[in-house]
Design a protein around this ligand. Structure first.
Ligand code: UDP
Length: 251
């Protein structure tokens, strides 16, 4: 039996595609990340990816500049389509089979999201890139990741962030911040820890999907196999009953 989870949902924020630019998509960054994605696929793990759009537009920022929230969020969701296409093209260049499924119907660009079809692709070993968030304004792509992870019955949600895991305070602002190796969903919610929004955490808790939070730099180092075999590389969020070790996630 494999020590790896059978099916993973990887949440990538749009920022992972920025590279050394301040905005948008850098092709080189896409290519570097896709090597890590290929690595997961080669381990025989079924992989779904939810990509954010914050490298292009976040609805909340557009609203702050005077745009109504709903069209601002539409722009944010469309930004995730741009990212999904870029990621898919980088994966194709490595001969990784992928498809892009969108929650916002845009049939000339991406397949419309359909649960049964997504499951079929995953079973066939095709990497499914979920774009368009949940398809609704007022949500985030973290919530979309928790939603898709629930729908596809992922064994693990991998969330790449800017730091090494979850801390009791922002480690980029406070050098005294302490990292958690493992924490419950309830504690993340109670302490309002800024890792994913509360809706996403609650959804994962309801569906018993462990979340592993790790540093996105691992994606660029092609060290995702290390992340999956040694949970000291980040923070595991679960309810304290699901095991700490990767093999206990093989359910
Ligand atoms: N968005 C939305 N509904 C969703 C998911 C995303 O309206 O279900 C919009 C929202 O404006 C958000 C933007 O898309 O700011 C980009 O998503 P997010 O901020 O989650 O991207 P990330 O921070 O992960 O790059």
């Amino acid at each position: 039996m494999s020590i790896f989870p059978k099916r993973i949902l990887l949440k990538l924020s749009g920022e992972t595609l920025i590279g050394n630019q301040g905005f948008g998509i850098q092709q080189q960054a896409c290519l570097q990340i896709t090597k890590s994605i290929q690595q997961i696929q080669q381990l025989g793990i079924q992989l779904g990816i939810v990509i954010g759009g914050g490298n292009i537009f976040r609805g909340i920022n557009l609203k702050a500049n005077g745009m109504p929230r709903v069209p601002a969020d539409h722009m944010g969701m469309l930004a995730t389509l741009l990212n999904g296409i870029a990621l898919q093209q980088a994966l194709i260049s490595l001969e990784v089979k992928t498809c892009v499924m969108s929650a916002l119907d845009c049939p000339k660009v991406a397949e419309s999201y359909q649960w049964s079809k997504a499951l079929q692709y995953l079973e066939e070993g095709i990497v499914v890139i979920f774009v368009g968030g949940t398809g609704n304004p007022y949500f985030t792509t973290d919530t979309a990741a928790a939603l898709r992870a629930s729908e596809i019955q992922a064994n693990l949600l991998l969330k790449a962030t800017k730091v090494d895991g979850i801390y009791n305070q922002d480690p980029l602002k406070n050098t005294q911040a302490v990292k958690y190796d493992r924490i419950s969903y309830s504690q993340v919610l109670a302490e309002k820890l800024q890792v994913m929004d509360a809706t996403a955490i609650a959804l994962c808790r309801n569906h018993q999907i462990p979340i592993f939070v790790f540093n996105m730099k691992r994606l660029f180092e092609n060290r995702l196999d290390h992340v999956l075999t040694d949970y000291s590389h980040g923070t595991l969020v679960d309810d304290g009953e699901i095991g700490h070790e990767a093999n206990k996630l093989d359910r």
